[in-house]
Design a protein around this ligand. Structure first.
Ligand code: MG
Length: 374
């Protein structure tokens, strides 16, 4: 059970419960049980070998989706605790938010979405929900992890109206223009704080970004000059760590104080009031602008760096080749991924590919296309 008394607008219990009724857990909350199920899932372990920007074999120190998810959970829990919100729920959502990602980050997602164009598309948020609702096969009584509604709602960050209409209760808010819980809103922005900052760190470590380039980004430059003034003889790597640490702290502190202001402005008395209100968890206008500047910088200088683009091109080719090979001849699929009906062929292939780690996809590509491999 949570140590601190929760605010009236926090999610304290699951109002909508689980799809399959289960006895209440003993000695832990419903959301702690969700978190535990997520950590014990196969999809969670595969996050270790999936990446966002850099591919897993490029270096041992780069973030993977696993370390990213742990960083998101850390940031989200700190924020939730300060605001007397449900830490267990934000932790569960944070740890599960990337479970549906394909190998090779956004390049993989785009490639698989293109392959699935005629078959309903591929969207990683929806896939994360599909992993916890359907694809994990660990329990005797049900498919998936049978998570609480509030955890599932937090995992489904974005969704098109067409998809939302097919999802039942968890999709309704996208059709009604309502918000998820504050806990879900926190996990969403903690994700952004985590990746913007660790991409700066990984970008510098890889040599794709330089401190000089980053001096044009105000959020970074302000902290950098402070660190350099206070510690003139500090080694470069420590200058970077100290600057990034301060950036994260500034973003988190700003988010908490702006959210407190928004809470007093909208004065929600329940989770339902939160759902009806405009987004409450937010940066201040000034910090939103600084954050936007940092994101724009990363897009231009890191995500579109020619070395990243080369890997992106390879990723696209690997995913496209695998999809076409399996779709044309499903007999190449491992038996457990074989579609049970012809109408499910494309989705079965997408599920198989989405579940692959970076290195598994590379190996599978070799096994399918290289004559000397078996
Ligand atoms: Mg993420």
């Amino acid at each position: 059970m949570p140590d601190l008394k929760l605010a009236i607008y926090a999610v304290s219990v699951s109002a909508h419960g689980r799809k399959h009724a289960e006895p209440a857990p003993s000695g832990r909350s419903e959301f702690q049980r969700d978190r535990d199920r997520i950590i014990h899932s196969g999809a969670f372990r595969r996050l270790e070998y999936k990446t966002q920007v850099f591919v897993n074999h490029e270096g041992d120190l780069f973030r993977t989706r696993l370390t990213h998810s742990i960083e998101v959970a850390q940031i989200a829990r700190s924020i939730a605790r300060r605001l007397a919100l449900n830490e267990d729920l934000v932790e569960a959502v944070s740890l599960a938010h990337d479970l549906g990602h394909t190998p090779f980050g956004h390049a993989g997602q785009e490639a698989l979405n293109a392959c699935m164009k005629e078959h309903g598309g591929f969207e990683h948020n929806l896939q994360s929900l599909r992993v916890v609702d359907v694809l994990e096969e660990r329990y005797a009584a049900f498919d998936g992890l049978n998570l609480c509604f509030e955890t599932r709602e937090g995992i489904l960050k974005h969704c098109s109206p067409e998809h939302a209409a097919q999802l039942g209760t968890v999709g309704e808010r996208f059709l009604q223009g309502r918000r998820p819980s504050l806990e879900a809103q926190i996990a969403n922005l903690a994700d952004e704080i985590a990746y913007n900052n660790h991409d700066v760190d990984d970008g510098l470590r890889s040599g794709l970004l330089t401190l000089e380039q980053l001096s044009s980004v105000r959020l970074f430059a302000n902290h950098l000059s402070e660190v350099r003034t206070n510690y003139p003889n500090l080694a470069e790597r420590r200058v970077v760590h100290e600057t990034v640490r301060r950036m994260i702290n500034t973003l988190v502190t700003d988010l908490i104080s702006q959210t407190e202001l928004n809470i007093s402005k909208h004065a929600p008395q329940s989770v339902d009031d939160v759902r009806a209100a405009p987004p409450i968890v937010a940066f201040s206008t000034e910090m939103h602008e600084l954050n936007r500047e940092l994101k724009a910088f990363l897009r231009t200088h890191l995500y579109r760096h020619y070395r990243v683009m080369r890997m992106t091109a390879k990723a696209r080719r690997i995913i496209g080749d695998l999809f076409n090979a399996f779709y044309e001849d499903p007999r190449l699929l491992p038996p457990q991924f074989n579609p049970s009906a012809e109408s499910e062929r494309s989705r079965a292939v997408a599920d198989y590919i989405a579940g692959m780690t970076d290195r598994y996809a590379i190996r599978e590509h070799r096994r399918i296309f290289a004559i000397e491999e078996i």
